[in-house]
Design a protein around this ligand. Structure first.
Ligand SMILES: *Cc1c(COP(=O)(O)O)cnc(C)c1O
Length: 385
């Protein structure tokens, strides 16, 4: 099997599995309990916050554990709206956000919020000028993703943060595709809230976090017990948190919060090799996303006269796991909202294919994939004639 869907989820790294096991079998106490067994769990949660905070240049009490990226995004948007409603009701986001952000915005709109969706150019980049023009006296939040999960485009996050800070507006970024891949500095980028998810970087599913700067007021999202300083009730997912911490330590395995040298370079090299072979050898292939401001493992193409789903099924028969930019909604094939926002005609957007690489992929696999794709694209086109 060749796994090329690391943007959907990753294999849990052995360090994470190993770190988690004792928290199921030995240290299973509730982190809120008084006795020593509980304090083992409590210590582990506190330690994980310290580890994560250090990688961001944040403080441990600015990290709140959640069930993952979706919860973190929902929490950030809904709680900021609630806490700052007196100040204003205007939120700025982009048209290519993950649905966890877009659908939260739709929900808030029904509650009375006003939302501005920034456009993107053909590479998927927002315009900083349009952002500046969109700001109003009642703007309370700018939510722009760090990098896009479909096309891999990395946004000018630092510039966005500087603009937000200059206008005294909170800045949230969905960093799910970035945290655990390359360095993120919340202070340098003026990030007030940041969403991350463990299973996107080698941790277990169901564990993530929301960074909330101590400058930002935030309301409780899940109401109940006093966990997470009363802001996120529910018994802590201690094994998940410990597993995510182990994945963080592996991702950022130096003291300065930077990823291990060479790791990113290797994935980028595989990415660029795959991109260049597809461009040279498959006619009618169009690279989606920015060529250089791009996630290290992201390859996304649209193929003329090809349905993404057909290609996926044929790739699967050859043992290759990839993904298409489109989602099947109630039987109709909806082209990706990201590609449409980037100005791609629906016909071409339906032929998109995303392959997201990870540390475990090899050069031989890239060659196998190109040969398989050549054959598949040709076969689909012949069938259509
Ligand atoms: C995967 C993903 C999410 C959702 O994270 P989960 O932990 O799966 O809920 C949100 N945003 C982006 C950009 C993602 O890639």
């Amino acid at each position: 099997m060749i796994y090329l869907d690391n943007a959907a989820t990753t294999r849990t790294v052995p360090e994470a599995v190993e770190a988690m096991l004792p928290y199921f079998t030995e240290y299973y106490g509730n982190a809120g309990s008084i006795y020593r067994l509980g304090s083992e769990s409590r210590k582990a949660v506190i330690q994980a916050k310290e580890t994560i905070a250090a990688t961001l240049g944040a403080e441990p009490n600015e990290i709140y554990f959640t069930s993952g990226g979706t919860e973190s995004d929902n929490w950030a948007l809904k709680a900021v709206y609630e806490a700052y409603r007196e100040k204003g009701k205007h939120i700025i986001t982009s048209s290519i956000e993950h649905h966890a952000v877009l659908h939260s915005c739709e929900y808030l709109k029904r509650q009375g919020a006003e939302i501005t969706y920034l456009d993107v150019d053909a590479d998927g980049l927002i315009s900083v000028e349009q952002l500046k023009r969109a700001i109003r006296p009642d703007t309370i939040l700018i939510s722009i993703m760090y990098a896009n999960n479909e096309i891999g485009t990395i946004q000018p996050v630092r510039e966005v943060g500087e603009i937000a800070a200059a206008h005294d507006i909170l800045f949230h970024t969905d960093a799910v595709q970035v945290y655990g891949q390359f360095p993120v500095d919340v202070e340098q980028c003026h990030i007030d809230l940041l969403s991350a998810s463990g299973h996107k970087f080698g941790g277990p599913k169901g564990a993530g976090f929301l960074y909330v700067s101590k400058k930002a007021k935030i309301r409780s999202f899940l109401h109940g017990g006093q966990q997470e300083r009363g802001r996120r009730a529910g018994t802590e997912n201690v094994p998940g948190i410990v597993g995510m911490e182990a994945a963080v330590k592996r991702a950022y395995d130096t003291a300065d919060g930077k990823p291990a040298a060479g790791k990113l370079e290797r994935v980028k090299m595989l990415r660029d090799y795959l991109i260049s072979r597809i461009e040279q050898e498959i006619p009618g292939a169009k690279l989606n996303g920015h060529r250089t401001k791009r996630l290290p493992g992201n390859v996304n193409f649209s193929f003329e006269d090809v349905q993404g789903e057909s290609a996926l099924i044929m790739l699967d028969m050859k043992g290759i796991c990839a993904s298409s930019g489109s989602a099947c909604t109630s039987g109709s094939l909806e082209p990706s909202h990201v590609l449409l926002a980037a100005g791609q005609p629906p016909e071409l957007a339906r032929g998109s294919l995303r392959m997201t690489l990870g540390e475990e992929n090899t050069m031989e696999e890239m060659d196998t994939v190109v040969e398989a794709l050549k054959e598949i694209v040709e076969r689909i086109r012949v069938c259509r004639l």
